[in-house]
Design a protein around this ligand. Structure first.
Ligand SMILES: Cc1cc2nc3c(=O)[nH]c(=O)nc-3n(C[C@H](O)[C@H](O)[C@H](O)COP(=O)(O)OP(=O)(O)OC[C@H]3O[C@@H](n4cnc5c(N)ncnc54)[C@H](O)[C@@H]3O)c2cc1C
Length: 484
């Protein structure tokens, strides 16, 4: 790569100042490196004024600026449309190039193509570098050089490629090249949440690089048990790093390196390799989206576009009950309460609630996917779409269409004592482990003793599972011929 006098690193989903592909490249090839983050008004304007993700980003930007200042640098923060802001700033700073971490979501790909054209017209370069995945869409292929659509062979090929190319995990250091940073022109002048048009408030989880590291260190202390405990929401044993991975406040290479070392040395017990697999799922869905942008609006498998989902007033009422945690199925309602109140939902419960919406209520997965997109702190198009299409059986390597989670069995199996339900559905907190999973099966007298009247304190089930199951099997019979 050419040697540049000035360059501009545009931070997007990589809000950190260590192991950073674009920063490393800029610092090692330019005399003077500027850093910018743009609050994109097209994204911010439609959001609720108390949006939890904006709080997370805002706190992470403060942490990034502080770390850059420790290195003798600073973060320029602007608001507007990146396609206007970035070319103007690059001109103002006389930057030869703008460098970014690659983003694989279809809208971002289109925006970056326009950015590239705009900068090129001004005589500047645009460099997009792999940073947020270990392997991009062309890097892990079948023996016939085609794409994978099933996870396990993809994972095996991914691990094989990593073993053959261990340098893939090498860090992109920043500290030792810090001399090339442009020094701060004055003290920090970051916009407050109010100045951005949002209500003040705390982020929903520890933010910034230090927040990520704190969570990771805590998680590594019990990673050995992850394989067993990860399916039980009340054990709260997963890493909670998804939001940090979404915004790049941690580095995927750093996480994979650590997990892999713990697998090799045995220090991570059986849990470390299971956790590593979860990180590979993230690459898998990123690859699926990048290669199949049609999945954003359509089924991965075209035959499933023929499914006739429920619509109309009744379906709208059922959808509202699902969103608000009023389905009468305690585990589903507890999960939706966790999502609505915190912006997080445990993975097992994402599967249970997505299955309930699509296969018990017969509602289009796209409606659920959009609701999760609004609410999840860690919302990421690739994994959310992949998860929803998995649950709805419309995706690649999805749950077979005739396999339908029973919400009560799931509850008995993964929240046997009802601890998670009690935490999130206070109306049921006095019910015992035998009663809490299906309160409509408990006699009125027993419920009355515990202070619960169904239909008043807690809803009756909005559908009957066995009937819903039959309806779903009929609904999916249209795809039977195509997919067996
Ligand atoms: C319907 C549905 C929707 C989902 N939507 C999202 C989403 O918008 N954003 C998101 O990051 N994950 C999503 N997931 C995947 C998974 O539920 C979350 O990544 C996980 O619950 C986050 O918690 P954690 O960080 O404690 O995970 P951990 O169990 O600690 O896993 C570590 C990391 O691995 C990755 N990971 C774990 N499971 C998956 C998976 N199934 N697919 C892809 N990556 C995975 C995540 O980056 C996660 O942070 C979804 C799953 C389903 C079934």
């Amino acid at each position: 790569m050419m040697n540049m006098s000035n360059s501009l690193v545009w931070f997007r989903r990589d809000l950190r100042a260590f192991d950073h592909a674009a920063l490393h490249r800029a610092l090692t090839t330019s005399n003077c490196v500027y850093c910018v983050f743009v609050y994109d008004r097209d994204i911010l304007d439609p959001l609720p004024r108390d949006d939890r993700r904006v709080r997370f980003i805002h706190a992470s930007i403060a942490s990034l600026d502080a770390e850059l200042r420790r290195l003798g640098a600073y973060l320029i923060v602007r608001q507007g449309r990146p396609l206007d802001v970035i070319p103007a700033l690059a001109a103002e700073l006389e930057a030869d190039a703008v460098l970014v971490g690659s983003d694989y979501e279809p809208d971002a790909v289109e925006r970056d193509a326009r950015m590239n054209a705009r900068l090129e017209a001004d005589g500047r370069k645009f460099f997009s570098l792999k940073d947020q995945v270990i392997f991009e869409k062309e890097e892990v292929l079948t023996l016939a050089k085609g794409p994978f659509s099933v996870f396990t062979p993809y994972k095996n090929a991914w691990l094989k490629r990593l073993a053959a190319m261990p340098e893939t995990l090498a860090s992109y250091p920043v500290d030792q090249y810090a001399d090339a940073f442009a020094p701060p022109p004055g003290p920090p002048a970051l916009p407050s949440l109010e100045e951005l048009g949002f209500e003040p408030g705390e982020p929903p989880l520890p933010a910034g690089m230090e927040g990520a590291e704190e969570l990771f260190e805590r998680f590594v202390g019990h990673i050995a048990d992850y394989g067993r405990a990860r399916d039980f929401p009340s054990e709260n044993c997963t890493s909670r790093l998804s939001t940090h991975l979404r915004f790049g406040t941690t580095s995927i290479r750093h996480l994979v390196r650590t997990a892999q070392q713990m697998v090799v040395t045995g220090a991570g017990g059986p849990g470390a390799s299971v956790w590593l697999s979860e990180l590979i799922w993230r690459d898998f869905y990123s690859m699926i989206l990048a290669r199949n942008p049609h999945v954003v609006t359509r089924s991965f498998k075209p035959a499933f576009d023929a499914l006739a989902w429920e619509s109309g007033e009744e379906a709208d009422a059922l959808f509202a009950a699902w969103c608000e945690g009023r389905t009468g199925y305690p585990l589903v309602d507890a999960a939706m309460a966790q999502l609505n109140q915190t912006g997080f939902m445990h993975n097992r419960l994402r599967m249970v609630t997505a299955s309930f919406l699509t296969k018990d209520l017969g509602i289009d997965w796209r409606r659920g996917e959009r609701y999760f997109a609004l609410k999840l702190n860690d919302y990421e198009l690739a994994s959310n779409n992949g998860g929803w299409q998995w649950a709805a059986s419309t995706g690649c390597d999805a749950q077979p269409w005739f396999r339908i989670f029973n919400p009560v069995s799931q509850s008995l199996r993964f929240d046997g004592q009802g601890e998670f339900i009690r935490e999130w559905v206070p109306a049921l907190e006095r019910l015992g482990a035998k009663e809490i999973h299906a309160p409509w099966l408990v006699g009125d007298a027993v419920l009355a003793e515990k202070g619960v009247v169904l239909g008043r304190d807690y809803p009756l089930p909005v559908v009957e599972h066995d009937q819903a199951r039959k309806k779903t099997l009929e609904r999916f019979s249209v795809v039977k011929k195509a997919v067996g």
